[in-house]
Every structure is written in structure tokens, then in C-alpha cells.
Design a protein around this ligand. Structure first.
Ligand SMILES: Cc1cc2nc3c(=O)[nH]c(=O)nc-3n(C[C@H](O)[C@H](O)[C@H](O)COP(=O)(O)OP(=O)(O)OC[C@H]3O[C@@H](n4cnc5c(N)ncnc54)[C@H](O)[C@@H]3O)c2cc1C
Length: 281
């Protein structure tokens, strides 16, 4: 196996252009598992760990761009957790401290598992995914980027550089259910974002469909029931009905982690509780 270790994004892009079949390695917390299980046998690897540009955080007042290689531990606290609280919360649920020291949003996007904890947050915030190849750059909406179970819209010679999301004035939260409290892949997850300036709510679900699901009908229904520009206590009955409506948009399956019925129940509860929390703050 050949391993190229570029120090700049330009060098990484040149290495990709020269060999688009090479596998990109960031933290390795997904890729090394696949290699260890013989699910993948890469011939050439481009290790991105030394590319500082991929760990950059850029804030322009209205938006924040988070480098694809930034490890989760940098999102758990500090400025990112303050400006994008749902991402901070999601980051704190990923694996263990060791996994959070290495794993990245770029890797979550690269793997594109419907259970990836960063992805419902990016969906609820309508994030843009910034991609580059040696000859071009483009920004793709997260909704077009995630195309199916472990499938995304990245071209073979592209590197995910960063994800850009708005800094929302309002409330946001992330919650997940798993078989235990830590070191667990989501059985069901939910991100809820209330934008007080726009008077809108966004709800995205993880692990209950082939990819992350945005619940547009429940979002629209809620906007007719509550003035989302104001903070107001959310009645338990309203939260429960909202949860039921969210659950009807899920497309869960039975698998080794859980059943479709339980997953539907879980997203109803998670979304209802997040909505109630949004009204309390
Ligand atoms: C014990 C354990 C626990 C885990 N727990 C969780 C959990 O709770 N929640 C969760 O969401 N995930 C979890 N994971 C999975 C994993 O940690 C995450 O998906 C993480 O985000 C992967 O990031 P990485 O940098 O390690 O990716 P890597 O393994 O380096 O790469 C993953 C994929 O993305 C591609 N890739 C990486 N960077 C780029 C880039 N810049 N451009 C294009 N493609 C790229 C790679 O080629 C590869 O296909 C866990 C894994 C383990 C081993």
C-alpha cells in the first residue's frame, strides 16, 4: 500500500488528480475499521491529517465554515459549540474521547451513513458542502450531497474541504437514542432548529431512512400552530402531536440495532422533547 502525506491542500488535490482511485484518510475511525475487516483493500491512500487548511474554522458574522478535517473534540466546547449548539451536542455524543480526537465531519460526510451524528445537524441547518478538485471548486447543498445509504455526490477526484452553515438566532438541539449512553451508533436521532428571525423550524432525523430525512410537512404544520418568532412555552399536547407528525415522515427499517416500530416511536419522543425544550429557553 502506498501512503501519500501531503502538507497542503494544493498538494493533496494534485495527489488526487494524479490518482483519483486513491482513498482519502482523515481520522481513520471509519476507514480503518473497514480495512481491518477486509471490506476495503486500498492500494493507495492519501492521508489528510497534516493538511492544516482542512481544520480551519471561518466565521463571517452570518455563517460559519468548519474544515472537513477538524476533529469532533474541537466542536464539543468553545466557539463552535456556542455558535452552533446542536453541532456541539452532536459532537459530544460521538464514540469516545479517542474517536472524537480523530473523527471529523469530513469523514462523517465521506461515509454518509444515515446514522452519522453530524449529518442531521448539517441537514437542519441547510449546510453547504464545499468540494474541491485540482481544477474546480463547487458548493453542494447537504440535501443534494447525501444521496443514499453510504452514498454521496462527491466526485472521485474531489476532496470535501468544509461545511458552511448559517449562524441562527434562535434555539437548536440534538438528541439521539442508542443501546447505551456512550460509544454507541444512533438507533434514531433528531436535530431541531428554531430560527426566531425567520419564524421557521427545521427538523432532521438520522438512522430512520436510507439517508437523513428532513420533515418538511411537520415543519410547515408547526408554523401554522405557533408563532416561532416568539419564545413561548410549548404545550405537551402540541409537542406530542408534532412528534407524531415527525414520525410519519420517517422511513425506518428493522435491522440488527433496532426495529422500525421502536425507531418511529423514538423520533416522535425525541422531536417532541426537543420542541418543548426550545420553548423553555
Ligand atoms: C468505536 C467507534 C465509535 C463510533 N461512534 C460514532 C458515533 O457515535 N457517531 C458517529 O457519527 N460516528 C461514529 N463512528 C464513526 C466515525 O467515527 C465517524 O463517522 C467519523 O466522523 C469519521 O471521521 P474520520 O475523520 O475518522 O473519517 P475516515 O475514517 O478518515 O474517513 C471516512 C470516509 O470519508 C472519506 N473522507 C474523509 N475525509 C474526507 C475529505 N476531506 N474529503 C472526502 N472524503 C473524505 C474517507 O475516504 C472515507 O471514505 C464511530 C467509529 C468507531 C470506530
Amino acid at each position: 500500500m502506498s501512503v501519500v502525506v501531503p502538507r497542503t491542500l494544493t498538494d493533496a488535490l494534485s495527489a488526487m488528480a494524479a490518482n483519483p482511485s486513491a482513498l482519502l484518510l482523515q481520522g481513520g475511525t471509519d476507514l480503518m475499521v473497514e480495512i481491518n475487516f477486509n471490506h476495503r483493500k486500498p492500494v493507495d491512500v492519501i492521508a489528510l491529517r497534516r493538511v492544516a487548511e482542512l481544520r480551519a474554522v471561518k466565521i463571517d458574522g452570518k455563517t460559519i465554515s468548519i474544515g472537513a478535517g477538524l476533529p469532533y473534540q474541537e466542536m464539543e466546547t468553545g466557539q463552535i459549540a456556542q455558535l452552533v449548539p446542536a453541532l456541539g451536542q452532536a459532537a459530544r455524543t460521538v464514540g469516545s474521547p479517542q474517536i472524537r480526537a480523530a473523527g471529523s465531519l469530513g469523514g462523517n460526510l465521506g461515509t454518509c451513513s444515515p446514522a452519522g451524528d453530524g449529518l442531521p445537524v448539517l441537514s437542519a441547518l441547510d449546510a453547504m458542502i464545499n468540494l474541491r478538485s485540482a481544477s474546480a471548486s463547487r458548493a453542494v447543498s447537504i440535501h443534494e450531497f447525501m444521496v443514499g445509504v453510504k452514498r454521496n455526490a462527491k466526485m472521485p477526484d474531489e476532496i470535501i474541504v468544509s461545511a458552511t452553515m448559517p449562524i441562527v438566532r434562535g434555539w437548536q438541539g440534538y438528541a439521539k437514542v442508542g443501546v447505551r449512553n456512550a460509544m454507541v451508533i444512533s438507533v434514531a436521532s433528531c436535530c431541531l432548529v428554531v430560527d426566531r428571525a425567520a419564524g421557521t423550524v427545521a427538523v432532521a432525523l438520522g438512522a430512520v431512512g436510507p439517508t437523513v430525512i428532513r420533515c418538511r410537512q411537520a415543519e410547515q404544520w408547526l408554523a401554522t400552530k405557533v408563532d416561532l418568532k416568539q419564545t413561548a412555552t410549548i404545550d405537551a399536547k402540541l409537542a406530542a402531536e408534532f412528534g407524531q407528525r415527525v414520525a410519519t415522515e420517517a422511513r425506518p427499517i428493522d435491522d440488527h440495532r433496532s426495529t422500525a416500530d421502536y425507531r418511529r416511536h423514538a423520533v416522535a419522543k425525541l422531536s417532541g422533547r426537543l420542541l418543548q425544550r426550545s420553548g423553555a429557553q
